[in-house]
Write a protein that binds this ligand. Structure first.
Ligand code: FAD
Length: 404
């Protein structure tokens, strides 16, 4: 540690697989780790393993742009993200871990009368749900964000919607905090253990095949984000999911200059500043199905152009790094937390580009479903069969990427 603390031990036990568990979680990302934590904490299940093919937190949970918010519009989404944000607000105390939650405010910009009407409607829905939203006019946006090129002729800024309780959190710390909390409660966290098959007998799951041998389990939860389609196929399922790459970028460290999370939907661009000083920003998907965890230059150029359009001053900063992650995109932009046609097999996926903010709520609701067999109320709309029946589709994809 920076203070010369040499006695710090590992934060969790690096367990070896036992022959059998009551429940197995496939995937050691944010959602898998939070599911294991809440299974242990809320439901007293201790004989659980999280199986991760790489290392814990090496997937999207460590690759995202860390935005946390509860400003969704649609019934179903709005209750779920409201619950998740409340869990975020108590998370550091609950885990006794500094997740660096920074409720600095998220601002969605509006660039026309029509968009301002839409933001007002969204704000009313958010407030109706019990969360916070403030509609700001152009003068108020100018006062808060004086560096914006608000008179840009292509996308003049008319105003915005401020969600003060939104902000950012340190993504790695969230994974590590949940991992430590789960491990302390007896959960086995098993890294370098890829699931290669799902064992099913008479319509019931009995365990999994892995690169470290077969492991039996009464319940199995698939929580593999961008790889959900591949893992579900091991149980004979074809998911309504496409995997796409989403890129993000970070600049060299600068003195504090951007105090909020700003989302520029018209330009497909969003930005915040990390506590280390880097400008963290991104845009939309690369728009072709892929399992690559890196993107291509045309989207990088598009994102830089949009950033310069909105905030010309950032053109002076050097970009340090860019990277990508695999997004599990559903047709309506909303996720899936459900049982499957196989008894004891559950699935949690389809978080598109917005699943970091969902980590606490998703783990809580998925643990509830796996432990009790009953859907947790805030996540009750996230059914898999909505894509077959067309009932209760929640088309809120527009809240993604640039609004991460
Ligand atoms: P992951 O961390 O990817 O976990 C899945 C794990 O499953 C991986 O560790 C993988 O190795 C493991 N796995 C896969 N297959 C197997 C197998 N066969 N056996 C064992 N393990 C397996 N969301 C927001 O809310 N706010 C944002 O600002 C935001 N920005 C983003 C920016 C970028 C560039 C990206 C890529 C994503 C962003 N997201 C954001 C989305 C968010 O990161 C994801 O929706 C979320 O992290 C996905 O859930 P997870 O953490 O469980 O995924």
């Amino acid at each position: 540690g920076l203070t010369g603390n040499k006695g710090w031990g590992p934060h969790w036990r690096d367990a070896t697989p036992k022959p059998e568990y009551d429940a197995i979680i496939i995937g050691g990302g944010g959602h898998g780790l939070s599911t294991a934590y809440y299974l242990a904490k809320e439901h007293g299940m201790r004989n659980i393993a999280v199986l991760e093919k790489g290392y814990l937190g090496g997937g999207n949970v460590g690759r995202n742009t860390t935005i946390v918010r509860a400003n969704y519009f649609l019934d179903g989404n709005s209750q779920f993200y409201s619950h998740s944000l409340k869990l975020w607000e108590g998370l550091e105390q609950d885990l006794n871990y500094n997740a660096m939650l920074s409720q600095r405010g998220v601002i969605m910009l509006g660039h026309s009368d029509g968009q301002m009407d839409n933001l007002a409607r969204r704000g009313n829905s958010i407030r109706g749900q019990g969360d916070d939203a403030e509609l700001l006019g152009k003068a108020e946006i100018r006062a808060l964000l004086p560096y914006l090129n608000a008179d840009n002729t292509r996308f003049p800024v008319y105003g915005g919607l401020l969600h003060r309780r939104g902000g950012t959190a340190r993504h790695d710390a969230v994974a590590w905090g949940y991992a430590r909390g789960a491990s302390d409660r007896g959960v086995d966290l098993i890294q370098q253990c890829e699931v290669t098959g799902i064992d099913i007998e008479n319509g019931r799951v009995t365990g999994v095949q892995t690169t470290r041998g077969a492991i039996k389990a009464k319940k199995v939860g698939i929580v593999t984000a961008g790889r959900s389609g591949q893992v579900a196929a091991m149980a004979g399922m074809r998911l309504p999911i496409e995997s796409h790459v989403l890129q993000a970028f970070v600049s060299e460290g600068l003195k504090p200059c951007i105090d909020h999370v700003i989302s520029f939907g018209m330009g497909h661009f969003y930005i915040s500043q990390s506590d280390k000083g880097g400008l963290v920003f991104g845009g939309d998907l690369d728009f072709y199905a892929s399992y690559a965890a890196r993107g291509n230059l045309p989207m990088a150029e598009h994102v830089m152009e949009a950033g310069m359009t909105l905030i010309p001053m950032i053109g002076k900063a050097r970009v340090l790094r860019s990277w990508g992650g695999i997004m599990d995109m559903t047709p309506d932009g909303s996720p899936i937390i459900d049982k499957t046609g196989t008894e004891g097999l559950f699935i949690n996926c389809g978080w598109c580009y917005g699943g970091f903010k969902a980590v606490p709520g998703s783990g809580y609701s998925f643990a509830h479903l796996m432990a009790t067999g009953q859907h947790h109320a805030p996540a009750a709309n996230y059914r898999l069969d909505r894509f077959r029946t067309g009932v209760n589709l929640m088309d809120e994809e527009g809240t993604g990427a640039q609004h991460n």
